[in-house]
Design a protein around this ligand. Structure first.
Ligand code: HEC
Length: 205
């Protein structure tokens, strides 16, 4: 084969490879931790319960207009292990970071329990927050699952983005509520300076 033919053949392979890499359903940093459909919707995550646990919030209420619930709710936050490892070294989230927040009802009556609350078996809500600039405008995407169907990314105009942007302590994440991580961010100086968490403000004179 002469060199012109070889070059032509190579370019066919390269173009084919380029098309595959650009496909919405294939590789991007977060695809190491979650799966996407060919049209870019997120599949329900199944292994996050084996990931590192960051916190359980109980009856946290930060969305205005909500509240007055007649039941108690826990939320449990998990992050993929690779990104947690990177965060411990740098105080920032790498491309590909995936957070899962699941909601479970708090119950009092059950087995030997007499006071306090424990978590019910059914998952009542499942939300994800993913850092992947190759996929999402602005770098981060939010998802919310109502059932077993793959979820579309929540549009940028939704309240998820503005609240997380204005009040998250590290980038758009609520590290101020993750007790094992806030100290890492403090020592790495990665706390947001405009956070309403009060953490950064207290540090200014
Ligand atoms: C008014 C503020 C506010 C809004 C709006 C909001 N969140 Fe959050 N979010 C929080 C707070 C506070 C936490 C920390 C929860 C904890 O400590 O248990 C959090 C944590 C999370 C986490 C865990 C990872 C992280 O970023 O720290 C996910 C996932 C999440 N929210 C998804 C969503 C989604 C999806 C929406 C929109 C449907 C949304 N949030 C809207 C305040 C908000």
């Amino acid at each position: 084969m002469n060199s012109a033919k070889l070059a032509a053949l190579l370019s066919v392979f390269l173009v084919a490879g380029g098309v595959r890499a650009g496909d919405a359903g294939t590789a991007s940093p977060s695809a190491a931790h979650v799966s996407y459909t060919a049209d870019g919707r997120l599949e329900v995550p199944t292994t996050y319960r084996d990931w590192p646990f960051l916190t359980s919030g109980l009856d946290m209420n930060y969305a205005s207009g909500e509240g007055g619930e007649d039941h108690h709710m826990f939320d449990n936050v998990f992050v993929d292990p690779d990104s947690l490892r990177a965060f411990r070294k740098t105080g920032s989230w790498p491309e590909g970071t995936v957070f899962v927040k699941e909601g479970r009802e708090g119950l009092t009556k059950g087995s030997i329990n007499r006071s306090g609350q424990f978590q019910a078996e059914p998952v009542m809500s499942l939300e994800l927050h993913i850092k992947d600039s190759a996929r999402f405008e602005g770098g981060w995407g939010f998802f919310d699952f109502g059932g077993n169907a793959p979820a579309q990314k929540i549009p940028l105009a939704a309240g998820c983005y503005s609240c997380h942007q204005s009040h998250g302590a590290v980038e758009t994440t609520f590290v101020q509520f993750y007790p094992t991580l806030i100290g890492v961010a403090r020592s790495m100086h990665t706390l947001s300076t405009d956070t309403s968490a009060g953490l950064a403000r207290r540090e200014q004179k």
